[in-house]
Design a protein around this ligand. Structure first.
Ligand code: CP
Ligand code: NVA
Length: 307
């Protein structure tokens, strides 16, 4: 049985298999052909943090695959009152067929997976957001980006770490520009650089957004204040001055560059209103693709239950 906790656990061909499944399921769904690949299956969805896209896309996705989603907010289940993760896992995984968790520490997700009888999917932790970058890759392909040169401008966070894993596994160029003091997790950087040695990936890190975006064909960013960092808001806004993705920055990219944002977006902080609206089609296709990419991931995990 396989879990989907981080892209570092998957080979390039496995990642591409999930993307191909997503593409196929998306085209079936667009033709109103909802194939019940996961008939009568239940997806438990545990949320310890807020969500719009992750909740709606997983709940709709499992329903369209012939199953049902259970929304389990930690405010409502005993986990929020101190029942251990390992007990929660041993109970829930005896009743449902797959589990998605959004939580804080990656170690809590790993603890749940260790005790689970069913596949577990990372729906965002402080360290990684792998379902989002799978979605972003699907979206890049749809917008004709076959040789990605991706510039990530902003906080060295769960999104950046996931981009690092995606780029190093698939072998494309990723340039990360973060302010000093807000760089990526050192262990993730080291793992990514190790992985890059055995793929064709080209990874670079710096503190200058202008260098990162030069001739890039994909620019992406994320909030400067992730969930759980609300107390750092004022100092972060000061530290990220000059990191807004605006017209001046986008004028340095390759001329047909696309702009992606996992959302929610905070205008006039990480992205200007004008750039956001100019690239709204890409951004909201990306949001919709959460539904399709995650169906590919769930079906792939179901197909690999006995391995
Ligand atoms: N991008 C993303 O994961 O959005 P939500 O926090 O709304 O789920
Ligand atoms: N980095 C953000 C992503 C939100 C989807 C956060 O963790 O809050």
């Amino acid at each position: 049985m396989r879990h989907f906790l981080s892209l570092k656990d998957f080979t390039k061909s496995e990642i591409l298999e999930m993307i191909a499944l997503a593409q196929n399921i998306k085209s079936e769904a667009k033709a109103k052909n909802f194939v019940p690949y996961l008939e009568k299956q239940t997806l438990g969805m545990i949320f310890e943090k807020s969500s719009t896209r992750t909740r709606v896309s997983f709940e709709t996705g499992i329903y369209q695959l012939g199953g049902v989603g259970l929304f389990l907010s930690s405010n409502d289940i005993q986990l929020g009152r101190g029942e251990p993760m390992k007990d929660t896992s041993r109970v829930i995984s005896r009743m449902v067929d797959m589990v998605m968790i959004r939580t804080f520490e990656q170690s809590k997700l790993e603890e749940f997976a260790k005790y689970s009888k069913v596949p577990v999917i990372n729906g965002l932790t402080d360290l990684f957001h792998p379902v989002q970058v799978m979605t972003d890759y699907l979206t890049m392909l749809e917008f004709g980006i076959d040789k990605p040169i991706v510039a990530y401008v902003g906080d060295g966070n769960n999104m950046t770490h996931s981009w690092l894993m995606l780029a190093t596994k698939l072998g494309f160029e990723l340039r990360v520009a973060t302010p000093k003091g807000y760089e990526c997790n050192q262990q993730v950087i080291e793992e990514a650089l190790e992985l890059a040695k055995i793929s064709t990936a080209k990874i670079s890190f710096g503190n200058d957004p202008k260098i990162a975006v030069k001739d890039a064909n994909v620019v992406t960013t994320d909030t400067w204040i992730s969930m759980g960092q609300e107390d750092e808001k004022e100092e972060r806004i000061k530290a990220f001055e000059g990191y807004i993705v605006d017209e001046a920055l986008m004028s340095l990219t390759e001329k047909d560059a696309i702009f992606l944002h996992c959302l929610p977006a905070y205008r006039e902080y990480e992205v200007s209103e004008a750039i956001f609206e100019k690239h709204a089609d890409e951004i909201f296709t990306e949001a919709e693709n959460r539904l399709h990419a995650q169906k590919g991931i769930m079906v792939w995990l179901d197909q690999h239950r006995d391995q």
